[in-house]
Design a protein around this ligand. Sequence first.
Ligand SMILES: [Zn+2]
Length: 260
Amino acid sequence: MKKWIIPVLVSIAVFLTACSEDTSEQEKEDPEKAAPKETEVSEKEEPDLPASAGDRKVSEDGSMIEVEEPERIDVIVNKQRKLPDGYEPPDLTEPDVPFSFEEFHPKKQMREEAARALEALFEAAEEDGLDLVAASGYRSYERQKTIYENSVAENGEEYANRYSAKPGTSEHQTGLAMDVTSAEMAFRLEQSFIETDEGSWLEENAHRFGFVIRYPEGKTDITGYAYEPWHLRYIGEKLAAEVHEQEETLEEFFGLYPTN
Ligand SMILES: [Zn+2]
């Protein structure tokens, strides 16, 4: 066989593989052609990142997955990908940044690497004359459980599912998220934050410090959450820069497409 034939054959094989993936993706989105749920799940390809081979289905219909490596900085937690019950991050610490309240509270904490990055972000914002205030970081499994159960009791399950995360599915439990606000917002977490200097600065600059705006506008179908310009997720500088550049959600970036 001539030497040039092998690379050509390899290229053709790669091309065919890419095309067949595209086709299956289109079929999945076409409701008329949609395969039954079990088939869809079993055919879904597991991406290299950030899913792990040990991620396992924990609900009967396969719609809920438990992540195997919750300590990964690039762990993806959402309404379909939960942390192991009772998971606690290993290295929680309180970042040295202004908070919207004085007293100690576990929600002031983040994981070490994220806390240091948040400090750098706050320092840079201050140098630009901005006044960021941290509001809520780490949230334990138990605390999320209480919040969720109270919401179910008060408003019913459908409402609770829409507005609060089930225990194990909140990104705040990873210790890699922080809700950020400002005095101008009277420390509230509202979408109008994006209209303030602090909110727009975050959107432009958070990635330089390894953070992404985790729940962008118009991506509710993908993330499962309404726009939250205040919710920062630490994922490391390299990944954050790539995600910011591509203007994608983490689900899109990693090829995970959960639906509600
Ligand atoms: Zn949040």
